[in-house]
Design a protein. Structure first.
Length: 411
């Protein structure tokens, strides 16, 4: 771990030689090592970029989180030298206050915005840095339609998306249907949108996930599993109610993940009479590695982009029951050939899908082919090609600044 000043001295010392050799410097910014799908994939990308010769500094607003000993292990990063108590509760504003200085010091060629959660930080960076802000490449990690929200929320959300379209240089969708979604929602031309299958897997991981589990428990019941943050977006209450209605008495449900709803969900399981069959395991290292020991993966979210856990389920070749929570879900599950899709919020439909689930009936050849589209080996290189293309276009025809420097405060 390096402080901002130390990091700046080190990177200034090698800056000239790196650029002279044609190297690319990509700065990724994350709140922390707290578990999250967006953060996990971003950390994997940083690892891969560094391994392939890309200069890939990492900025963290704070150093907390279990992934520091997991996918984040061995990564050097820069973080603010001073951290105030309680910043986890306002970590986005903390990043807005501290990241501009790091950008000025490190002088990256490109900024990587790892998901929708960080879009506010990206827009504020453009406001603060103006013409000195490097190009921002933003991955769209969640559904933009947000049909789960009220009409009032959606009105302001659409305005916010258009603001992102004015500030952010290029967008990345994670599956083909997202191109039209981004163009329509953000209001940008198709030329400013790239589609890069989300690099949630690796070739080695796919091969590992397809290995049968030697100590798989035997018994008459089916083994259902989910991997999710225990938060409102995931709508795990619907999953528990659907499981209570659709499962047989011998069936079990294992939930990997932590989050603010854990206590309420455990209470709900007890009230539904399934507390002895719903096993809350909390956060574990590499939960995907356990998937092949189960029969069917469940996902009940209100909204998603391309859920990494679905890709992991395909790699493990287990059954899948999921809500149709994004425009990409149909393409991911090949219109139902690789899993069962249920309308968002449909408890009866989710219960019926659980009741109908049959273990070990997936087409192994098709799931393998689909999983291999989403590897870090392909995705990391694709991101770099997109970034170089954006830099080339900017060099050929510099765009007008989002906001004039003279009107901006200096941090």
């Amino acid at each position: 771990m390096l402080s901002g000043a130390d990091y700046g001295r080190e990177f200034r010392a090698i800056s000239v030689s790196y650029r002279a050799c044609g190297f690319l410097r990509v700065l990724t910014f994350l709140h922390s090592f707290e578990p999250g799908g967006v953060e996990r994939i971003a950390l994997r990308l940083v690892h891969r970029w560094r391994a392939t010769g890309v200069d890939a500094p990492l900025f963290l607003g704070r150093t907390d989180g279990a992934m520091a000993q997991d996918v984040g292990a061995g990564l050097d990063f820069v973080t603010p030298k001073r951290r105030w108590p309680g910043i986890a509760h306002w970590e986005t504003l903390w990043m807005v206050a501290t990241l501009p200085r790091a950008v000025r010091t490190i002088r990256p060629d490109v900024l990587f915005c790892a998901g929708n959660t960080y879009a506010f930080v990206a827009v504020m960076l453009k406001l603060v840095l103006g013409r000195n802000c490097p190009p921002i490449i933003a991955k769209i990690s969640n559904n933009l339609d947000r049909t789960d929200a009220s009409w009032f929320y959606r009105v302001f959300y659409r305005i916010w998306l258009r603001i992102q379209g004015l500030a952010i240089d290029h967008f990345v969708g994670m599956e083909k249907p997202m191109r039209a979604e981004i163009v329509q929602g953000v209001g940008v031309s198709p030329a400013r949108v790239a589609i890069i299958p989300d690099p949630a897997l690796s070739e080695a991981q796919i091969l590992s996930l397809r290995e049968p589990v030697a100590d798989r428990p035997e018994g008459p019941g089916r083994r259902f599993v989910t991997i999710a943050r225990l938060a409102p977006q995931k709508n795990l209450a619907l999953m528990l109610r659907g499981f209570a209605r659709g499962s047989a008495p011998e069936d079990t449900l294992t939930l990997f993940g932590e989050g603010p709803e854990r206590t309420a969900l455990e209470a709900l399981a007890a009230s539904l009479g399934i507390a002895d069959r719903a096993d809350f395991r909390g956060y574990v290292t590499n939960p995907a590695g356990l998937l092949s020991g189960y029969d069917t993966l469940l996902l009940s979210s209100h909204y998603e982009g391309v859920p990494a856990v679905i890709l992991e389920g395909l790699a493990a070749n287990i059954g899948i029951v999921a809500t149709d929570c994004s425009r990409s879900m149909g393409a991911l599950l090949q219109q139902g050939a690789l899993g069962t899709l249920v309308p968002v919020g449909d408890e009866a439909g989710f219960a019926a899908a659980i009741a109908a689930a049959r273990p070990r009936t997936q087409d192994a050849r098709r799931t393998l082919h689909q999983a291999r589209r989403f590897t870090i080996e392909h995705g990391a290189d694709h991101y770099i090609r997109v970034m170089r293309s954006v830099l080339s276009r900017r060099a050929a025809a510099p765009p007008a600044p989002f906001v004039a420097d003279q009107a901006l405060p200096t941090l």
